[in-house]
Write a protein of this length. Structure first.
Lengths: 437, 129
């Protein structure tokens, strides 16, 4: 608005986001953008409490808030605020020489590590990774953003190799890590809702790397899954400059799964007849090595086998209870031991189960539009006439809203009991490994 | 965290550039005997930044219209409506208009910006959180 329309403007935001908004203003080319701050939070406060904010002071400057805002709107621009031109962004190619301990400390302080010991990414170690692919070190693999509104940083084959070394990966893991990097799925997204990611491998690569599809598949009980997941996490942090709390990581509480995202194989041997592995569902041949990515993961809920007498009610409640209705994505991780009842209920393909979930997991209209996340993300589009939200806004209060639109099923687990899980995760894409060898 | 702004980071980068670039071969210092490593940078490549000019400010706000623009995020509308009440009570010579920006909170709304531009208006945008 300031530059394109010549409108003098002031942004008002909560004080806890000070670093973030200054970073964003810099990225957008207006580092001196005039801002004012209220105490945190604004959400959940009554009008009377917010009237006190308005009549009170900016907690960062100590000035009276409204006079400060009016001053921002009327004070002539100074030299710094009038400046144009490029802002330099220097980047070192090499760091050191330094001892391993000093490098570790430096990487920890810059949030280039996950605060755990890393393998120093020397040129020799990185070169060993690079020998596992035909792609040139300086080839751009992709770009990632901290969130959808932040700037996109690009990364090369060499950048991926550096992070793979740091994670403790062996050269034979590199094509799998490179394919994950090519997915451009950010495992360290900076939403305040503390999200993480998952990746599922299918095809010959599972045997080649001995990836786990059985007991503990989602945990750190498998070397390949652990180092590939850690490499993906470090890469996701570092390609955007490091995952720095307050600046480039905003998860309010953090997520224990985000340090090493779950990387596992689908239990193809446990697929019932008629259920295709996920890479085949996405159009790949069964004998192709493929990685499928999921992100937006926030929580996992587990339960035991469904009963014939009330499976519909339980399934609706089990899936519908996980997260607010703004989150329209779910990943059902089905252990081979619990597939038999699904077949009995008529789900002889994954697609039939997915369709049933999308149609039958609903929330009443009144509660949908009272959810704060729905208000934040869907009310604006609804008021602008964007469907289906505009139509959902006009429904009777008790009308069911089928809010799920991204549901997938993957078979995984060691069948030690009749347990399975539903995960708040959204499918993103699938990448063929052969393209990155 | 908030004390470390962009200037500090640029200074840090300059400091590293001046003091830390060195030969790549491993060395062993006589004083500790620990091996030294030169390593590759794990970060990606940021896009260039071109500075944009800010809008000139009016010398006087009397008779001007301030648009209070809500992005439908976390009570921002309630905060802006309280600001509107404060302005009416304390600065009645300033006119105000409350507007809800169209679309998702980060979406552009050129129709609204053109309306504000046409009236010579100013804007306060509150993002609740």
């Amino acid at each position: 608005m300031e530059s394109n329309y010549g409108i003098p403007a002031v942004g008002v935001i909560v004080d806890v986001l000070e670093d973030l908004v200054h970073d964003k203003a810099m990225e957008d080319g207006m580092p001196a953008l005039r801002l004012a701050f209220t105490p945190t939070p604004v959400g959940g406060k009554t009008p009377e409490e917010l009237a006190e904010y308005v009549a009170g002071k900016d907690p960062l400057t100590g000035q009276d808030l409204m006079p400060e805002i009016l001053d921002h709107l009327s004070r002539p621009l100074n030299e710094e605020e009038s400046r144009t031109g490029s802002i330099a962004r220097p980047r070192l190619e090499l760091i050191g020489p330094a001892t391993a301990a000093a490098l570790q400390q430096q990487f920890d302080e810059k949030f280039w590590s996950d605060q755990l010991p890393i393998i120093p990414p020397t040129e020799e170690r990185v070169a060993a990774m690079l020998r596992q692919t035909s792609h040139k070190p300086d080839e751009v693999v992709g770009a990632m953003r901290v969130t959808g509104e932040r700037e996109a940083w690009s990364y090369s084959v060499e950048t991926v190799a550096v992070n793979a070394v740091m994670a403790g990966a062996a050269p034979e893991h590199f094509p799998a890590i490179l394919a994950l990097a090519a997915s451009r799925t950010n495992a360290k997204s900076s939403s305040t809702s503390s999200m993480t990611a998952m990746a599922v491998f299918n095809g010959p690569i599972v045997e080649e790397l001995q990836l786990n599809s059985g007991t503990g598949a989602l945990g750190l009980y498998n070397k390949a899954g652990a180092v590939i997941g850690r490499a993906w996490s470090l890469l996701s942090s570092n390609v955007t400059g490091g995952s720095v709390p307050g600046h480039t990581y905003m998860g309010v509480q953090g997520n224990p799964m985000s340090a090493v995202p779950a990387v596992f194989a689908e239990n193809v041997a446990g697929l019932p007849e008629g259920w295709n592995p996920i890479h085949v569902q996405k159009g790949f041949a069964a004998d192709e090595s493929v990685v499928s990515t999921f992100s937006g993961c926030q929580s996992q809920n587990t339960m035991m086998v469904l009963q014939d007498e009330d499976w519909q009610w339980v399934l609706q409640r089990f899936i519908g209870a996980l997260g607010p209705p703004n989150r329209s994505e779910k990943l059902l991780l089905v252990d081979p031991a619990v597939t038999a009842p699904f077949l009995r209920f008529g789900f002889d393909t994954k697609e039939k189960l997915i369709d049933w979930v999308k149609q039958n997991v609903t929330v009443p209209k009144r509660h949908y539009w009272l959810d704060q996340e729905v208000i934040n993300y869907k009310m604006g589009p609804a008021l602008s006439g964007v469907e289906p939200f505009a139509g959902w806004l006009k429904l009777p209060d008790d009308a069911p809203i089928p809010y799920l639109n991204n549901v997938e099923v993957v078979v995984v687990g060691g069948s030690g009991n009749v347990r399975w899980s539903v995960n708040e995760c959204g499918y993103r894409n699938s990448v063929r490994l052969a393209d990155w060898r | 965290m908030r004390a470390y702004g962009t200037t500090a980071r640029l200074l840090l980068a300059l400091f590293i550039t001046l003091c830390c670039q060195a030969p790549q071969a491993q060395e062993t210092p006589a004083n500790t005997g620990e091996p030294l490593f030169t390593v590759l940078n794990p970060t990606g490549f940021p896009p260039p930044i071109e500075r944009k000019s800010m809008a000139p400010r009016p010398a006087d706000l009397s008779g001007k219209t301030i648009y209070l623009v809500d992005v439908t995020f976390n009570n921002g509308d309630v905060l802006l409506l309280e600001m509107q009440k404060w302005l009416a009570a304390n600065r009645p010579e300033i006119r105000t208009e409350f507007r809800v920006k169209k679309g998702f909170y980060a979406a552009d709304d050129p129709e609204l910006w053109r309306e504000i531009q046409a009236t010579g208006g100013l804007m306060i945008m509150a993002i609740g959180h």
